[in-house]
Write a protein of this length. Structure first.
Length: 118
């Protein structure tokens, strides 16, 4: 199984980024796909997840600013991040899992760094 993230980088506060995660080795359409993040000195936390049926769950801190989407034809999940804040600075990880909402992640990507400057 491979989950390969891309799209991270440095952005000013208020800006936008779009993360992508290309998956292989799994039946993508059957999996719950998600994004987690880990800021320096903090625990890893859920950002957003999407079920195979399109249901979503977001962390309160990103509701209204971030949007998760998936393209089953491309085996890719996205995270559109708008209105970025310095506290969004973290390594963002793509995850895949299977089961009833909301299962713990089974597979993790390597992560992509997002840095938001004030």
């Amino acid at each position: 199984v491979q989950l390969v993230e891309s799209g991270g980088g440095l952005v000013q506060a208020g800006g936008s980024l779009r993360l992508s995660c290309a998956a292989s080795g799994i039946i993508f359409s059957n999996n719950v796909m998600g994004w987690y993040r880990q800021a320096p000195g903090k625990q890893r936390e859920l950002v957003a997840v999407m079920s195979s049926g399109g249901s979503t769950n977001y962390a309160d801190s990103v509701k209204g600013r971030f949007t998760i989407a998936r393209d089953n034809a491309k085996n890719t999940v996205y995270l559109q991040m708008n209105g970025l804040k310095p506290e969004d600075t973290a390594v963002y990880y793509c995850t895949a899992s299977y089961g009833s909402p909301w299962p713990a992640p089974r597979y993790w990507g390597q992560g992509t760094q997002v840095t938001v400057s004030s």
